[in-house]
Design a protein around this ligand. Structure first.
Ligand SMILES: Cc1ncc(C[n+]2csc(CCOP(=O)(O)OP(=O)(O)O)c2C)c(N)n1
Length: 671
């Protein structure tokens, strides 16, 4: 690579891009870890994007109509941190750059949403960012349909590397974006042919441009170090009428001894080689020292969008007060005032009519009354709409000619759906929920984990939540999935027992501002156990006394979901034998764990025999059985300890011993 030619042809551009390269080298060297090569290779693309195209205002980073910039190749975090620092984002100080990857800094190893303004999503797990971006672009389309182009009109730009494109989830994302002609999604592929183990060709020889084209994208191929070509490509990408992939041929670790090698991917810390690279760039200042004129040029880029932002604010002030209030409310993730009353009325109706319904069907009924009052909900399913019961009558279907549609046919793309839903939640203004079978949380899990880590309230509707799904068999019957979901920090797992608890769970999931929810719902019909109407959202406490013992309390049965009615039947039998039995419904362990000790003690007092009942593995239950004043010789569990089987649900519950009789026997054995 002839650096001198690049430098002399575009001196201003060169010094700005070099500032990114120099800061990256310095920060990685100071941390003695990190990834130098990717920011050094993509500095030219990023510089042109920020200088000429990205609509943003570094002084107003939350401007809702800003373009979104997503660094899918999150290991190149210093690219993003350099850009934010150079353009003048207030929180991204030089000290933060110096503290790259250190305890307490906002400059984590990989960009983390919430650490600093301008980090639109957490990336690092490859493939997530580009998949989030599809959700960002869909959100933009939906909100543009709702508010008009004057208020919502922005692009989503992504930098993705070979790793992102090799990950399976990227295929789901790319084909979705192509199908929906998301023309405001522009992806830069850092085509450097290098990964950690060596050249990409060690493991992959995909023709990426052909791959994108066959998915319905426009593709532009350029030299990723030529600022004119980059500028022209972005301009062209905006007029394609479909998503565009700009294949940028780049050199990883440009100008360093490790250029074009897999060594260049990682931390380049050798002092002599660094000095040599900087000399080649014509960069003469010391570590972390950006010349004042270069910093000033970057800061001018940082405020380039200020006028446009002010004009947007004027336009926003000119729309109706109601629209403004809705926009602000949904952006703040606040629920409408009507939600509480709507859920209460629904609960009353359910308690009074006491239907026998599957909780997936109850969920649909609840959504039928909630969706019309929450225009921010966006539903969907990964090709299981009729099974997940996620579609309600008023949503309309999101499509090329119906951008205001609020239901998304995600296709058989659980992972892509979950990641795109995260993108929608991150974009702001929408509350996505999407369904698949509980067993396939495995397919969505990397994105579910990131929702929890990012503190965003994505809702995962997971139906067919146990052997209760019956004949589809053990391939489809979750046994370990509740435990896995519950093991994830900052995740609420709701397993409602009936239509009333289902509505309460929805109210909590849709009111959450920082915690994703997993709604674990049944395929099979369940009797209503909450036959007495209570205004209070009982699920909010995580667990509560559903039926009190008559006479001396000798047994406490704790159950969730479909097993709450099993517990109620067991209680009836135990009471008949003169054994006072309390039933605790436990729809959400995490919320119960958050309650005061005094409330938990009231629900689970010391003394009585305790039996947990759940058609799933025991993992996670021992806190409630042995802990919380429980005793090993007075506790037992009725559930699954192996995979299920293919048979009618009723037969399975009998054969696996999840019955009222089994509970009664265990209780008597412990007394
Ligand atoms: C899901 C996932 N798997 C593995 C990794 C570890 N990893 C980080 S970067 C990388 C190689 C990525 O190659 P590429 O995207 O070409 O980046 P470049 O070498 O150009 O910096 C790998 C395997 C990861 N971050 N995420």
């Amino acid at each position: 690579m002839d650096l001198t030619a690049l430098r002399t042809a575009h001196p201003d551009h060169w010094s700005k891009a070099t500032a990114i390269r120099a800061l990256t080298l310095d920060a990685v060297a100071a941390a003695n870890s990190g990834h130098s090569g990717m920011p050094m290779g993509m500095a030219d693309v990023a510089t042109v994007l920020f200088e000429k195209h990205l609509k943003f205002d570094a002084k107003a980073p939350d401007w809702p109509d800003r373009d979104r910039f997503i660094l899918s190749a999150g290991h190149g975090s210093m690219l993003l941190y350099s850009l934010l620092h150079l353009t003048g984002y207030e929180d991204m100080t030089l000290q933060q750059i110096k503290d790259f990857r250190q305890w307490g800094s906002i400059t984590a190893g990989h960009p983390e949403y919430g650490h600093a303004k301008g980090i639109e999503t957490t990336t690092g797990p490859l493939g997530q960012g580009i998949s989030n971006a599809v959700g960002f672009a869909m959100a933009e389309e939906i909100l543009r349909a709702q508010y008009g182009k004057k208020i919502v009109d922005h692009y989503t730009y992504v930098i993705a590397g070979d790793g992102c494109l090799m990950e399976g989830v990227s295929q789901e994302a790319i084909t979705l974006a192509g199908r929906h002609q998301l023309s405001k999604l522009i992806v830069f592929w850092d085509n450097n042919n290098i990964t950690i183990d060596g050249p990409v060709t060690l493991a992959d020889t995909t023709d990426q441009p052909q791959r994108f084209k066959s998915a319905g994208w426009a593709v532009i191929e350029i030299d990723g170090h030529d600022p004119d070509a980059i500028d022209a490509a972005i301009t062209k990408a905006k007029s394609q009428g479909k998503p565009t992939m700009i294949a940028c041929k780049t050199h990883i670790a440009l100008g360093h001894a490790a250029q074009d090698t897999s060594k260049g991917h990682g931390a380049l810390t050798d002092a002599d080689q660094m000095a040599e690279a900087k000399a080649g760039y014509g960069w003469t200042t010391g570590p972390f020292d950006v010349p004042a004129d270069v910093k000033a040029a970057w800061e001018a880029i940082g405020i380039r969008g200020a006028d446009e932002r002010k004009a947007w604010e004027d336009r926003f002030a000119s729309i109706s007060g109601n629209k403004q209030a809705l926009f602000n409310r949904t952006l703040a993730r606040e629920v409408p005032k009507k939600l509480s009353a709507t859920v209460k009325a629904f609960k009353k109706q359910m308690s009074e009519s006491a239907p026998k319904v599957a909780t997936r069907a109850a969920s649909e009924k609840a959504l039928e009354v909630i969706n019309p009052i929450m225009p921010e909900t966006v539903g969907g399913s990964a090709d299981l709409t009729g099974s997940n019961n996620t579609k309600t009558t008023d949503l309309g279907v999101f499509d090329i000619d119906n951008r205001g549609g609020r239901y998304i046919y995600w296709g058989i793309r659980e992972h892509g759906m979950a990641a795109a839903m995260n993108g929608m939640a991150l974009h702001g203004g929408l509350r996505p929920y999407g369904g698949t079978f509980m067993c396939f949380t495995d397919y969505a899990r990397p994105a579910m984990r990131l929702a929890a880590l990012m503190k965003i309230p994505t809702v995962f509707v997971m139906t067919h939540d146990s052997i209760g799904l019956g004949e589809d068999g053990p391939t489809h019957q979750p046994v370990e999935h509740l435990a896995i979901s519950r093991a994830t920090p900052n995740t609420h797992v709701f397993r409602p027992a009936d239509a009333v608890e289902t509505a309460e769970s929805w109210e909590l999931a849709l009111s959450s501002t920082e915690t994703p929810s997993v709604l674990s719902l049944t395929r099979q019909g369940l009797p209503t156990v909450r036959t007495e109407h209570k205004l209070k959202n009982m699920t909010a406490q995580g667990a509560y006394v559903l039926a009190e013992a008559e006479g001396k309390r000798q047994v406490i049965l704790i159950a969730s979901g479909s097993e709450v009615s099993v517990a109620m039947d067991a209680r009836a039998a135990l009471q008949e034998s003169g054994i006072g039995t309390r039933v605790v419904s436990m729809p959400c362990m995490e919320l119960f764990a958050e309650q005061d000790e005094s409330y938990r003690r009231k629900v689970l007092p010391a003394g009585p025999v305790r039996i947990g009942i759940e058609a799933a593995v025991r993992l996670g239950w021992d806190r409630w059985l042995l802990g919380e004043r429980g005793k090993a010789n007075k506790a037992d569990f009725v559930g699954m300890d192996d995979f299920g089987a293919s048979a009618p649900a009723g037969v399975l519950f009998e054969k696996f011993g999840i019955t009222a009789n089994a509970v009664v026997e265990k209780a008597k054995a412990l007394l």
